[in-house]
Structures are given as structure tokens and as C-alpha cells.
Ligand binder design. Sequence first.
Ligand SMILES: Cc1ncc(COP(=O)(O)O)c(C=O)c1O
Length: 427
Amino acid sequence: MASISERDSRVIWHPYTPMKIWPEAIAITRGEGAYLIDENGNRYLDAVSSWWVNLHGHSHPHIAERVSEQLHSMEHCMFAGFTHEPAVALAERLLEILPGPMNRIFYSDNGSTAVEVAIKMALQYFINTGNPRKRIVALENAYHGDTFGAMAVSGRSVFNATFSDYLFDVSFVPFPYPGKEAESVEALRTLLSAGDVAAFIVEPLIQGSAGMYMYSADVLEQFFALCKQYGTLIIDDEVMTGFGRTGPLFAADRLSTGPDMVCLSKGLTGGTMPMGITAATSKIFDAFWDDDRSRMLYHGHSFTANATSCAASLASLDLLLADSCTEARAMIEAAHTGFAAAMRKHPLVADVRHTGTIIALEINAGTTSYHSSIRDRMYRYFLSRNVILRPLGNIVYVLPPYCITKEELQYIYSCITDFLSAEAGTQ
Ligand SMILES: Cc1ncc(COP(=O)(O)O)c(C=O)c1O
């Protein structure tokens, strides 16, 4: 009998995978806490939370139970003209904890669609209020997803180069690298002062896919304050940073100025099911409250507010809001702080970046390309040590599920330092 991996290689087209160069895929048959287990019984420590989605560990019994109950009572129903308890309860609970304050929850399927919805809400807000604004501003090197609107507001890069001719025009503000914050703030001020900017979309505190580039809450506060000054709507893309990744529940919790819209996905369901959310303030919602149907939001997906995903999200929130989860995140943050201090002295480490439960090391490899060869060497080396780390070019980062133990974190750190020692030996 052919293995799952062999059968896969005949029928599957994987995401972000050069299929000819990298045909093999490891077949996972079980998940247990921070571990994924393959068809041959190998256990891998999931140090990147399966593309940043998993919060509490794989196959968590509390989430599994709630999902199972929901599947047995009502798995899904259309969400126009109908509603259900899990969707309403989840909206009620999220509105209590989201930065803002937010007033309404719009459901979709993933992070990219959460962003698409936010862009449409922002543009139509200005049309509905009789003062059309056409421009969107984003940060250079941003990543907001792979659908066309989300690609358009993302930095122009290898991720979207093939489609650049088809992306609408967006103005980009230079990233606020340390020491360059004032330039970014001034660039944003110049763009906003033209008075035609509908929305500023931003990954708060950390640009994930760009390579875990971090910046201070102080700069973000200045960005938000400028948007308020010039009447530009703020789209806070917390698809990666949401649900505790940066320490507090949401990155924007560190600010005194609230966003107008928040995009959520990934950890929303604890990483169990796909779902996206765009939360909006009453100011946005009220602009769509009209007798004229042409002013409603023309957007919806077949699986909008999927009841099973909502049940998973409610179960994940139970776990996230428990004191034990806050303590777990604090433990990860403290462990990362210790590792960061040690790594800052390493001759092969060009930069160490750390916020909350996320740590990133930029390795001196002579290139920062997403396709750099050190990336594949690192990836394979860590797999050989039974750790899943998916470096972004020469940047290796750890973004673990909150159930990870101190010992498991130390093991991941030791794999990274062992790799660096081996590299130093070959240079
Ligand atoms: C900040 C941010 N926004 C949006 C997305 C897109 O989310 P999805 O992959 O669920 O479409 C991502 C994905 O990594 C992200 O990091």
C-alpha cells in the first residue's frame, strides 16, 4: 500500500511550494499538544503553530468536544436571513475584548477575506457618507493575504510580483525601522494630508511574513493619531498578532487610540477551523444603515459564520481567557527574553527581534532573499531534529502554541544554536 506521502505526490498541489523542486510532503496523522505525528510515528514539535494558527495545542479536548457537540446539533446554515447561537455568542464575547470599541462582527473565511471585507467597508463608508475617498495607504513590505485586494495592500514582493499589473494602486509608507521612525511618521502625514485617503491598513507591532520586523507601540500610536486627525479609517490587521501573540490579547491593546476595523483569523478558532472576522465600530456600521439597498455591504461567503467554526472559537476563547493561558504566555515571553539576550552576542546573528511570544533571529547569510539557500538548509536541519521551523529566508523565528513547556522551548533554542555552530564550522 502506498504511503499517504506517495499518494499525495500524485494528486495534490501544495500552497507556497515549488512542486517540482520540493515534491515531498510529510503526512501527519495525529496532533497532540505541541506535537504533530507523522504516518511513520515521528513526532515533530510544532514551533510555528502550523502557520501561526494554533493557540492551545493540537487536538485540544475542550475544542474537540465543543466542535463535536455543534456538529451533532447544527453544523452550518446560511447566514443571510438566518442566525444561530454560536455566531451571536462569539460576537458578543469578542466585542467585549476587542480594541476599539468595536460594535459589529462581520464573518468570513480566512485572513485574506477579513482584509478584503475591511477594504470594501472602508471604501464604501466614504461613498455612503457622500465624500468618496479612493486611496489606501499601507506600510512597505506589509503582508495582508493572497486574494487580489489583500495582495494590492501588501508590499510589492516576490509573493505578488507575477500579478503586479492587476493590483490597484496603493501608497506605501516606509517601514519604521529603529532610528527611522520619524521619517515614516512624516511620510504618513504627507500622504494623509492630501485628504483623499480612505484607509490606512497595518500589521500592528510586527510585520509577520516580511520577516518578523517589529516596531514600537509609540510609532503605531503616532500612526493612529494621524489617521484620526485626517479622518482616515484605521484597519488593524491582527490576523497574526491577535489572541495574545504579542503579550496582551491584541496588539492594539497597547494603544490609547482605537482602530476603526479589526481583522482576525488564524488563532480565532484556536487553529482548529478556518474563519475570518472583520470587526467594525458603530461609525462604520451606521454608514450602511439605510433604506437604500445599494448602500448595503455587497459581500458574503457560502460559509459565512460557519456554526462549527464559531463553536471552536468559543471553546478557544474559554482557554485563552483562563489565567493559566496568561501565565503560559508570560512563561514563553520570559524564555524568549533569555534566549534573545544570549543570541545578541552570537557572531552569526545579525539581529534579534522579540515581542511577546514571538522571537526572530536574522542569520548572517549574505542575503535576505525569501529563496536564500540557508532557508532550505535550516528547514531540513530542524526537521531532522524533529522541530518544525519554517524560516522566512535567512530569518528563523519561533512562534509556539501556548501549551509548549519550558523544556520544549529550550530544546528548540538548542537546535537553533547547534545549527549556528555547524554553520560557523563551515565558514
Ligand atoms: C497579517 C496577516 N494578514 C492576513 C493574512 C492572510 O491570512 P490567510 O492566510 O488566512 O488568508 C496573513 C497570513 O499570514 C497575515 O499574516
